[in-house]
Write a protein that binds this ligand. Structure first.
Ligand SMILES: NC(=O)C1=CN([C@@H]2O[C@H](COP(=O)(O)OP(=O)(O)OC[C@H]3O[C@@H](n4cnc5c(N)ncnc54)[C@H](OP(=O)(O)O)[C@@H]3O)[C@@H](O)[C@H]2O)C=CC1
Ligand SMILES: O=C(O)[C@@H]1CCC=N1
Length: 283
């Protein structure tokens, strides 16, 4: 099994998430000549080609010599691309490790769809990364099928660790749907929060540019404290909250409007949608 630096890595689909992972990998010194992306949309393909990675429109070509094949298409397209790849691997003696980032799509579907004509299944790892991978600050969950060897798992772990600060191997495949509802979709929750904060402060008279800089830095600063402080989030919250002060007034408003219930419902909705995608699109 080659090391990550020596591995040939193919991305099937070159959209938002693939671009984020590729950006993270190349900034960590993975050679661009070892990365190939298959992407039908010319605009995306040209953007990727401009970064120095190889591109193609033919999935089978991308997957032909790869050690790792990353399925980075929408869940609805996963079946057709896996079937295309499996059909093209008839001549290959050893199959690549397949890493799927498609939300919800189960290992059993992925294994079945990517079977070669002579009935061999690729070893598949399901991963749920997130877009902060682009800046080397990703959070990823992963679950490997029973067939995946410890060397293959190490290789995937090295790939994820190069773009993620937190890589969590979950104990049961279903938990990846929860990871999706937490950290896969999570960056959007924080972006939405910043959008709302900026809109609120702007409505109260602060210029939008100043509000954006203050809200953005507050998000980054709070995130850094969460990572670096030995205190847990509730203690960090208490440290900001003076008795009957301004923060207390805001947090009381959140609580009165059902903040906890809203977060619960949102994470549940994302988790259920991931499971639903897996069921609806199952083999
Ligand atoms: N975005 C995120 O934050 C995260 C996404 N994911 C998962 O990653 C996957 C990709 O999501 P995302 O990057 O956002 O989606 P995008 O739509 O940005 O990227 C998917 C790309 O795949 C291309 N594509 C479509 N059909 C094929 C095909 N047959 N062969 C090769 N490429 C094809 C699309 O081209 P075209 O536009 O022309 O159709 C598109 O450029 C999804 O399954 C999602 O669940 C996981 C974690 C986080
Ligand atoms: O919204 C989605 O379905 C994908 C999966 C996690 C983040 N984006």
């Amino acid at each position: 099994m080659p090391s990550l630096q020596d591995s040939k890595i193919a991305f099937i689909g070159g959209g938002n998430m693939a671009s984020a992972i590729i950006g993270g990998l190349t900034s960590k010194g993975v050679s661009k000549s070892n990365i190939i992306v298959s992407e039908p949309w010319e605009v995306n393909r040209e953007k990727l080609a401009a970064t120095g990675v190889q591109t193609t429109t033919v999935n089978a070509e991308a997957g032909a010599n790869a050690d790792i094949v990353i399925i980075a298409v929408k869940p609805q397209v996963a079946k057709s691309v896996c079937e295309e790849l499996g059909a093209s691997w008839g001549e290959r003696q050893s199959l690549p490790v397949v890493v799927s980032i498609a939300a919800g799509i189960t290992l059993s579907s992925l294994e079945e769809w990517s079977k070669t004509k002579d009935g061999r299944s690729a070893h598949v790892v399901r991963v749920m990364p997130n877009t902060p991978a682009l800046v080397g600050e990703g959070a990823s969950g992963a679950f490997a099928s029973a067939a995946v060897t410890s060397e293959e798992k190490e290789l995937v772990n090295a790939l994820l660790s190069s773009v993620s600060k937190a890589t969590e191997w979950v104990e049961k495949e279903d938990l990846l749907d929860v990871v999706t509802g937490l950290s896969g979709s999570g960056p959007a929750y924080f972006f939405a929060m910043v959008e709302h904060l900026v809109a609120s402060a702007t409505a109260l008279g602060l210029p939008k540019e100043q509000a954006t800089r203050l809200a953005t830095q507050t998000c980054l600063g709070a995130g850094k404290m969460l990572v670096e402080s030995s205190d847990d989030p509730s203690q960090l919250r208490k440290n900001v909250t003076s008795p009957n002060g301004t923060t207390y007034a805001a947090l009381q408003t959140f609580e009165g409007e059902g903040f906890k219930e809203i977060v619960d419902k949102a994470v549940q909705a994302a988790t259920s949608r991931a499971a639903e995608l897996g069921n609806v699109l199952a083999k």
